[in-house]
Design a protein. Structure first.
Length: 88
């Protein structure tokens, strides 16, 4: 899931490039029955380039993000299952 942004003065239309995209941050939300698991990962090269305090800060932020997203995903699944179970 790579995103690109255009700089100041650049065209806002997306044009294909010859450069390959690289996924630097990956977030996965998995469901196994009623259990919801949220994980994240960072490209190894970027991980090596970060200072220890930057990696610590990123880890803390991403733990919060995956916690929020995982909880919200679980809430939505619970609501969907309740509405399906209530229609007999």
């Amino acid at each position: 899931m790579a995103q690109s942004s255009t700089g100041a003065g650049a065209s806002s239309s997306k044009t294909p490039t010859d450069s390959p995209e690289t996924e630097i941050l990956h977030v996965v939300i998995k469901r196994d029955g009623k259990l919801v698991n949220a994980n994240w990962g960072l490209h190894p090269n970027l991980k090596e380039e970060l200072k220890p305090e930057e990696l610590k800060e990123l880890t803390e932020i991403m733990e919060k993000v995956t916690n929020i997203v995982g909880k919200r995903f679980a809430q939505i699944l619970t609501q969907a299952e309740e509405s399906v179970a209530g229609t007999a």
